[in-house]
Write a new protein. Structure first.
Length: 288
């Protein structure tokens, strides 16, 4: 299983500019989903070489462990933007670490900072157990939601800043979003298929931002593994069900690179959704 790959590079040459970055997906061993053991040493005392797919950012200087707030200048906006970080207790700056970018929902004017802090908190226990970094951006919309063009530039700038401050495993950058964050997350990933190893949405639908044709277009470059989770009482259920079919038609194989689950609740997410998303996404890396 550890050597299984999905290749889409040949088709990528035909894609439009937004989807033209060829990359391939690698399925990792189950050990990738748990906190890593200390790196093995050769008899001469030198560290073992990194695995072939690893792309460490080599960053250093960021505060660890625990929560922090960082500020990054976003050239496209001509302004600084804050974002929230959580670094697990196992963090060691001499080795690269996976990252989950967690996108909050829209709760109304002025709610975005608290919503970003809430999703960081929601992911903290899983991050500490499995040893990965959490990045929680703050949406800029007047309703507490995400603004295309502005917030995707902000997320890219925040990731670049995180990679400079910490040793990030760039082959294992994941995204998760809830509600408006899920709507936006579909677009962030499907419009940049070479960057993201895998992603998940809770109560997020294609129609709200990415568009119903996004899976078919993204498939020309790379089918990014996706987890879709939605409450059986959520008004968005029919849209999520339709999205499941759209991904399948575009070549996502359910049980492999597509996971779909309905749970008995409304427009919510919980710790079980976070755990399920990580358990699905953590097995994937993206290799240029």
């Amino acid at each position: 299983m550890g050597g299984w790959r999905v290749r889409f590079g040949a088709a990528a040459a035909c894609a439009s500019a937004a989807f033209a970055h060829a990359a391939e997906t690698r399925l990792l061993d189950a050990a990738a989903c748990v906190a890593p053991a200390p790196p093995p040493l050769f008899a001469d005392g030198f560290d073992a070489p990194p695995v072939p797919w690893s792309r460490p950012s080599g960053g250093n200087g960021g505060a660890y462990p625990g929560n922090s707030t960082r500020s990054v200048f976003v050239p496209q906006l001509g302004a600084f933007r804050d974002y929230y970080v959580h670094v697990p207790p196992q963090y060691d700056p001499t080795r690269p670490w996976p990252v989950v970018v967690a996108l909050h929902g829209a709760g109304g004017a002025g709610t975005a900072p608290a919503a970003a802090a809430a999703v960081r908190t929601a992911w903290t226990a899983q991050a500490d157990a499995a040893a990965f970094i959490v990045l929680a951006p703050i949406a800029s919309g007047a309703s507490g939601g995400w603004v295309p063009g502005a917030d995707d530039a902000m997320i890219a700038a925040a990731l670049a800043d995180l990679e400079a401050a910490y040793d990030v495993e760039r082959s294992r950058e994941y995204l998760w979003g809830y509600s408006a964050g899920g709507h936006f997350g579909h677009g962030v990933v499907l419009f940049d298929t070479a960057r993201w190893a895998a992603y998940g949405v809770n109560a997020g639908v294609l129609q709200a931002y990415a568009g119903t044709s996004a899976p078919a277009q993204a498939a020309l470059a790379r089918r990014v593994p996706v987890s879709i989770r939605v409450g059986s009482l959520d008004s968005l259920l029919p849209f999520a069900q339709a999205d499941r079919a759209r991904f399948a038609v575009a070549g996502w194989t359910e049980g492999e690179i597509l996971s779909y689950a309905e749970f008995a609740a409304g427009h919510v997410y919980g710790s079980g959704d976070v755990t399920a998303t990580w358990q699905f996404a953590c097995r994937y890396a993206v290799v240029p």
